[in-house]
Ligand binder design. Sequence first.
Ligand code: PLP
Length: 445
Amino acid sequence: MKIPQKGTARDEITKAMRAYRDTDADAARARLFSLVYATRPDVLEVAKEAFTSFFSENALNPMAFPSLRRMETEVIAMTLSLLNAPEGAAGSMTSGGSESLLLALKTARDWARAERPNVTRPEVLLPVTAHPALFKAAHLLDLRVVVVPTTPGLGADAAAARSLVTDDTILIVGSAPQYPHGIVDPIEELAAIAKERGILCHVDACFGGFMLPWVEKLGHPVPPFDFRVPGVTSISADLHKYGYAAKGASTVLYRTRALRRHQFYVHADWPGGLFVSPSVLGTRPGGAIAAAWAVLNYLGEEGYLDLAKRAMNATQTIASGVRAIPGLEILGEPVMSAIAIGTRASGDERPLDIYVIGDLMQARGWFFDRGQAPPSLHLTVSPAHEAIASEFLADLHACVEETRASKEQPQGKAALYGMLGSLPDRAIVRDALLELMDSFDAPST
Ligand SMILES: Cc1ncc(COP(=O)(O)O)c(C=O)c1O
């Protein structure tokens, strides 16, 4: 395919994009439990309007666009306050959770180079349930990862973490909550270990940073996870998740400005001019900053509390409905609006194949991620799911019964997931994933 010789009429382009979209997962009808944080239509409109108003502005140079600098500063100040940061804390906006985590690890690496010169092979402790973006960040920065196992409750095992710390450890990471099961790691214990050893502790609150504070205010039990916990030195919290901002917006926050300086990159000798940049991106889209600022101000604390209440209602309806279906279970004790559904033996029946249930649900238009070890279906519940919780449960019930009645071997996606999840040789699985990635833009025959 080439760029067309002549331009295409706007209505043709719109028509073509609509047609392309026809096969997409249905976020608008809240049948999607991943990737989109569905909220009220008016919130979406506010974000869209702000995004398009600042569509061309570039936060690469805050001197050229003081409006963006002001909005970013205000977004960071609001997020620091939400997460109970002390006086003197500081942060940056980034393009998403992955960038925030990459920066948190880069900060730790450069902090260690400056403050811990005896560390020759820097190590970071990551719970096995930590988001892959953290493993990717360690890979990109050439930091050694030491994996912390979980306890049977699926939170990071703090006692194991303690025994895994060495003189080369520079950072301990915990998640609030971790994505796979929505469980908050024992942040107080992990941060205490870090504090004792004089090293850093990052809390990955990309998922929960804009949800847990409201959940706590609504009276649900939330373990301490933010800057109130001594020893927590940095936190990442994504605006484009439960902050309901446009995609491309996250925050990374530090207990002190001095720590944040290790995040910056400076190049003073470039013929093109003096260069200093806070994050990974060069050009930084103004739209994402403006949309985040607009939504924070539009919703306010009351708006967020209302949305959190709806998401929690939907989660509780779904979770208790799932627990009432024989053979299904919720993994662990999730604290907010993310749950993983697994299967267990019921009576003398062996556990059903959750992936088969997932395929049947998908055939009915529901879309979610599939977890492994143990196999599960993952639901990120949004306020918009309040309206469809009963319909979801009715379909789930029907799909469980269909799976129970079926004598067939798993096929399609279920068979593939089952096989890839249980293969002991993970190198084969990695190859299969690379093959899949490579195939996405392969010419179709
Ligand atoms: C706990 C956690 N950390 C990090 C990320 C990565 O965020 P992003 O996809 O914005 O890069 C996610 C994404 O779901 C997450 O749940």
